[in-house]
Every structure is written in structure tokens, then in C-alpha cells.
Design a protein around this ligand. Structure first.
Ligand code: SF4
Length: 360
């Protein structure tokens, strides 16, 4: 794999003219670069900006991140998904404060040994915040370089990523952070992933093999993804006056330690749902069908149906929380976002009062 040095100047020039003004670029401290890069994994820039501001306002330093209560931390990340990211952020912050001076190390080799920091993030922190000449190779960068060179190696292979990292470092200029960001930015804004790249706006089009042969969509080459496991579920939105039932998930596994609405791993008809409530000694006044929802994880899909259950009395094994607590205290993962909104709407309409007047 070989890249031409000729791409460096047009790329840097383009970046200086076209880079988006993003909050973490304005004051690119190691902490800011680290948190933003972790948030941006699997997540769109527009979705991250609000989270980034809230996170930095609540936890402005690595020491604050190390010490924050886990539930508050999960609440700050609520809705961003891929929650092991935020757990690793805190684990690393705690290690840095326990074993060192509470700062991130400068070198790639030290960074990559920290929890949750892989080759890409280590490259981004060391080049952007510490100006080291290290490449940061993410999916955007791999797409650009594969198209530039019409390279058919599968970019999902670790060995291919490593080779591209070395090839980029061969042509890396002094402005390493800017160069890495320029490659990523061109991948995000011009050499885009779905649909045709915007080659007419690309400063590298005169050097790009795939563009010359009009074969841009054949690159990069990727592995077929394995099919996701489908899990059918029934979610119960159990309402008792202005409170809704939630419970804490297990300490390990998917969405560990988050809160959720009571649910079971199969789809129930309305009759079956009523029988399930009776079998579990749940005293209800009424039940009606709620919305269906689908949530996609990396390896699984949850296909959910729901029932709104109006309770005669609370259930001991659940926590009954108010809307304010749901909003401010208990972290609910984005998989249940539709249900959280539905409950909030029911509260707004004071649906429980209307229901109880009709049925009690
Ligand atoms: S010319 Fe087109 S395909 Fe080539 S790098 Fe630029 S946007 Fe991508």
C-alpha cells in the first residue's frame, strides 16, 4: 500500500478552508479530544454536539470524570448507545488519577494500553493534542485511501488497517493532527459512505484512481456482516397514578446497570399479557396495547410490542418513579426511548385519571 505525497498540500489547504467548527476542535486539549473521539465512535457528529457540551459542563476535568457517581455518568451518556464506551472512559480516568498525575500520556504506545483506547483513538489523541506524527485510521480514512489507490484489500481486517496506518505515516507532514483530521473530514463530508461521493468538490480528484475510472462505489472492499439475532419482546408500561414501574438491569452484560421498563423475552397477545400479569400476582385495573418498537444493537435486534397497564396497587419488586425522576435521575437506554416518550405523553394527558374515573 502506498500513498502519494502529492495529496498532503491540497488536503491541508482544503481543511483550512472547509473544516466544520466543532466544539472539541476549538480547544483541543487531550481530555477534549479523548472524550469527543469516544463519543463519535458509531455516532453522528450532529448527535454528539449536545452530549459533548453537557458532559464537559458536568465533568470539566479528568478528575471529575474519575469521581462521578456511576448513575450520573450513565445519565450523561443516556441515548448515545454503546455504553461500554463511557464505562471505559471512567475506568481510564480512575487509572490515570490513581497511578499518575491525572493526565493522559502523550505517546501512542502508552495510550493504547488504556481501557477503551484503540489504535484509532490513540492516534487521534497523540496527533491532535500532542502533535505526534501518528496516523488515526477510522472508517472515513480507510474509505478515502482505498478509493484514492483502488486498493482491494478488505478494510475490516486488522492487518489491512495496520498497513494503511504505516502508509499514511510515511507521508505524514509536521501538522500531523491537522492532516489526520483533514483525511477524516474529507471522508465524512465529501468522500461519503452511502451513495455517490462528491468528487466534484474533492481537492484530490486529480489524484484519485477510482474517480478516474468511475469505480468509486466498488471501494472500499468490506466483509459481509453476519446476520443479527432477532429477539422478540413484550414491554409493560405499568402506571400507578403519576408513576411508572422501572427496574435496574443486571450488573453485567448488555446495558448493564441501566434502568428499564419491565419486559419479557417473547411477544404476547393481549390475552397472554393479561394471563402473565395475573400469574405474577400483579393487580391491574386495565390494559391496552401500546406502540411497537425496534432497536438495533451490533449483534442483536430487539423487536418489541408493548402494553400499557393501569395498576390498582404498586408492585413491590419494581421501582415506581415520577416523570422528573425519569428525566433527571434514572438512566434509561435508547432502546426504550420510544416507550419513555409514550409514558411522558400519557402523563401529559393525565391519562391515568381519565382511565380510573371510567373504570374504578
Ligand atoms: S475523488 Fe471522489 S472517490 Fe476520490 S477521494 Fe475524492 S471524493 Fe473520494
Amino acid at each position: 500500500m502506498k500513498l502519494s505525497k502529492q495529496i498532503v498540500d491540497p488536503l491541508l489547504h482544503w481543511y483550512q478552508e472547509n473544516a466544520r467548527k466543532l466544539p472539541w476542535r476549538i480547544d483541543a486539549t487531550p481530555y477534549h479530544v479523548w472524550v469527543s473521539e469516544i463519543m463519535l465512535q458509531q455516532t453522528r457528529v450532529e448527535a454528539v454536539i449536545g452530549y459533548y457540551y453537557r458532559f464537559m459542563e458536568s465533568l470539566p476535568t479528568i478528575q471529575d470524570l474519575a469521581m462521578v457517581d456511576e448513575e450520573k455518568l450513565l445519565k450523561l451518556w443516556e441515548g448515545l448507545g454503546y455504553y461500554s464506551r463511557v464505562r471505559n472512559l471512567q475506568k481510564t480516568a480512575q487509572l490515570l488519577c490513581r497511578d499518575g498525575d491525572g493526565n493522559l500520556p502523550e505517546t501512542y504506545d502508552e495510550l493504547i494500553n488504556l481501557p477503551g483506547i484503540g489504535p484509532y483513538t490513540a492516534g487521534a489523541i497523540s496527533s491532535i493534542a500532542y502533535r505526534q506524527k501518528v496516523a488515526a485510521v477510522d472508517g472515513n480514512v480507510l474509505r478515502v485511501v482505498s478509493r484514492l489507490t483502488m486498493d482491494s484489500s478488505c478494510i475490516d481486517e486488522e492487518s489491512v488497517k495496520r498497513k494503511w496506518k504505516e502508509a499514511i505515516e510515511q507521508i505524514m507532514p509536521e501538522e500531523s493532527g491537522m492532516f489526520n483530521q483533514a483525511l477524516m473530514e474529507i471522508g465524512a463530508m465529501v468522500c461519503i459512505p452511502n451513495g455517490n461521493p462528491l468528487c466534484h468538490l474533492c481537492p484530490l480528484s486529480h489524484l484519485c484512481k477510482a474517480h478516474r475510472e468511475n469505480r468509486m462505489l466498488e471501494y472500499p472492499v468490506r466483509k459481509q456482516k453476519p446476520k443479527r439475532e432477532i429477539i422478540s419482546m413484550t414491554v409493560f408500561l405499568m402506571l400507578y397514578y403519576d408513576r411508572v414501574a422501572i427496574l435496574k438491569r443486571k450488573d453485567e452484560g448488555l446495558l448493564a446497570k441501566f434502568y428499564e421498563f419491565p419486559n419479557i423475552d417473547r411477544k404476547l397477545s393481549k390475552c397472554q399479557a393479561e394471563a402473565y400479569l395475573n400469574d405474577n400476582n400483579i393487580k391491574w385495573i386495565g390494559i391496552e396495547e401500546g406502540p411497537s418498537a425496534k432497536h438495533i444493537f451490533t449483534h442483536k435486534e430487539w423487536h418489541m410490542v408493548s402494553y400499557i397497564v393501569w395498576l390498582r396497587e404498586p408492585v413491590d419488586s419494581y421501582l415506581f418513579c415520577t416523570g422528573k425522576q425519569l428525566e433527571e435521575v434514572y438512566p434509561i437506554p435508547s432502546a426504550f426511548e420510544k416507550y419513555r416518550k409514550h409514558v411522558e405523553n400519557l402523563w401529559k394527558k393525565e391519562a391515568y385519571l381519565h382511565f380510573s374515573q371510567r373504570n374504578l
